[in-house]
Write a protein that binds this ligand. Structure first.
Ligand code: PEP
Ligand code: MG
Length: 581
């Protein structure tokens, strides 16, 4: 029995035989070729170089615009390597003289080159070996078919084991009775993990060597997506224990699934509106499947994190697709929240001592106005296809709201001049996620059409703790009296002005905190699609009056710890079965 610990990317329990997808490295074998195959191998090699060259030039162009000559210099190095006789010319000679396949010839030549670099004293030249490795990998990828071949649908449930898995590979695998997956690579915020969570597929990623540890597809594998643990060839005791857990988990999921088409109402009949937070368009289909009332938060920065800078047309197509997938329901598109911990490769980011307080979100947008305008124009064009709203992140005061609004006006003028179809006067709102803004919601409630409360950042900046720092995680308390006071004020000021207010931070999707938000008076919650069914179950078990009483008693707690204990008691009393134990 082997137990591996990785990152718990998507919760759930699954037990089954492995389906092994070996993608660790593109495996290069030495293949002897006959004289008549030499021309073919050389053509294949040259085609791959051409593709690599086009790819690098494209990346270089994008980075030149934003990073300037200094940083795009690395791409010139790659381009030079693609013309280098010691690498490219020599590979062709090896193919011809040794009569071997192009991949092997390239690898052989590059190894020699790397050895030479390694022997030098000059650290700068030594570093060059990484450039060679990078470019060689790129060419080999263009020469080999990197995709794996899917088998026919399995009769029984299987667990996919892979070095890495792309979102589209995952979606195809799910059609073939794959019920969970484990990968060497991956992070909690990768697209594949997001889709796994949205679809309720148990997953553990970042295991580093799972593909080395699975030997045959006959091996039994346990995925514990709660603990981030994978067990290979479990002993009978562990296996039976997990089979029992898996059974209970399936029953729990079946109960949740029954709520899919039900209205979202509290036990005493109050209607609650549930929206989805999404990062990628695929999640919108899942959101529809769970009957969400629309998209409360579309995080556009993921487009930039994946692609670097994007043109207006490219972004327009992505957003149009999102709007169409959302089938006429409201969709709140948040302008890019870049900076902080969300740094896009190939986009300019200064070195900052304290990025969370630095050039982030709306501040970044106002600094790089052209990029901001490109996005706004794409959104205004996509808005023709549905009920689109624009939302600005990390706004700290009235000036930023006015600047952002005037940029939207400018974009409308530009589009008019360019004779492009767009929608004007679409609702504009702000994320209330900085204490400075929360404290002046009475001053901004007439400046915008809606508020969306970003509790993740609001809690971080109010209590002064890094939301990803494990050392101060114990201070991250949504029931802190300061947070509750701000939440109440935001709601009151929205109601006074008659504008909509939604909560879109994690707090809205965490069943434990839903009674708090309902007790405070919030009725619009936006959350990851994966949270919707549990949220519905929680809502169906509680009464507004009891939630309001809970708030009265939480308000009396001077210690955040006591407030948490009271909340735990409340949740256990009315809704303990919402959670999987
Ligand atoms: C938030 O801060 O609560 C929020 C929803 O925004 P993000 O998590 O993307 O920062
Ligand atoms: Mg935020």
């Amino acid at each position: 029995m082997i137990v591996l610990k990785g990152i718990a990317a998507s919760e759930g329990i699954a037990v089954g035989k492995a389906f092994f997808i070996n993608k660790k490295h593109v495996k290069v074998n030495k293949i002897r070729i006959s004289d008549d195959k030499i021309a073919f191998e050389i053509r294949k090699f040259k085609d791959a170089i051409k593709k690599a060259e086009e790819y690098i030039k494209h990346i270089k162009d994008i980075s030149l615009q934003d990073l300037g000559e200094e940083h795009s210099f690395i791409f010139d190095v790659y381009l030079l390597l693609l013309k280098d006789d010691m690498l490219i010319g020599e590979t062709e000679r090896v193919i011809k003289n040794e009569k071997v396949n192009a991949e092997y010839a390239l690898l052989k030549v590059s190894k020699k080159l790397i050895e030479i670099f390694e022997k030098t004293e000059d650290p700068y030249i030594k570093e060059k070996k990484n450039d060679v490795k990078h470019i060689v990998n790129k060419i080999i990828k263009f020469m080999t078919n990197d995709g794996f071949i899917f088998k026919e649908t399995f009769g029984e449930s299987r667990i996919a084991i892979a070095h890495d898995l792309s979102p589209s590979e995952l979606v195809s695998l799910l059609k073939q009775n794959i019920v969970a997956f484990a990968t060497d690579l991956g992070s909690k915020i990768s697209h594949t993990s997001i889709i796994a969570r949205a679809m309720g597929i148990p997953a553990v990623v970042g295991l580093e060597k799972i593909t080395d540890n699975i030997i045959s597809e006959e091996e039994m594998v346990i995925i514990d997506g709660f603990k981030g643990v994978v067990i290979i060839s479990p002993n009978s005791e562990v296996l039976n224990d997990y089979l029992e857990k898996e059974k209970k988990y399936k029953e729990y999921i079946n109960e949740l699934q029954k709520l899919k088409n039900l209205d979202v109402k509290t036990k005493d009949g109050e209607i609650i509106n549930i929206f989805s937070n999404v990062e990628i368009n695929e999640e919108i289909e899942i959101s529809n499947d769970y009957n969400a009332q629309g998209i409360g938060l579309y995080r556009t920065e993921f487009i930039y994190l994946e692609k670097g800078d994007v043109s207006e047309d490219e972004q327009f197509l992505i957003l149009k697709d999102a709007v169409l997938k959302n089938k006429g329901k409201p969709i709140t598109i948040r302008t890019f929240d870049l900076g902080g911990e969300k740094l896009a490769n190939l986009l300019p980011h200064p070195d900052e001592q304290n990025p969370a307080m630095g050039l982030r979100a709306i501040r970044y947008s106002l600094r790089f106005k052209d990029m901001f305008k490109t996005q706004i124009k794409a959104i205004l064009r996509a808005a023709v296809f549905g009920d689109v709203r624009i939302m600005f992140p990390m706004v700290s005061g009235v000036e930023e709201i006015r600047q952002a609004k005037s940029i939207v006006k400018e974009c409308e003028e530009d589009l008019k001049r360019e004779k492009k179809e767009f929608r004007s006067n679409i609702p504009l709102g702000v994320m209330v996620e900085l204490p400075s803004l929360a404290l002046i919601t009475h001053l901004i409630n007439k400046e915008v059409d809606f508020f969306s409360v970003g509790t993740n950042d609001l809690i971080q900046y109010t209590i002064g703790i890094d939301r990803n720092n494990e050392y101060v995680a114990y201070l991250y308390r949504p029931t802190h009296p300061a947070v509750l006071t701000l939440l109440r004020k935001i709601l009151k000021d929205a109601q006074k002005a008659g504008i909509e207010v939604t909560v879109c931070g994690e707090m809205a999707g965490d069943p434990k905190y839903i009674p708090v938000l309902l007790g405070l008076g919030y009725r619009n919650l936006s959350m990851s699609p994966s949270a919707i069914l549990k949220a519905k179950m929680m809502i169906s078990k509680i009464e507004i009056e009891k939630c309001e009483k809970l708030i009265t008693s939480l308000k009396r707690c001077k210690l955040a710890r006591n407030a948490e204990e009271k909340l735990d008691k409340f949740v256990n009393k009315y809704a303990s079965d919402v959670f999987f134990h």
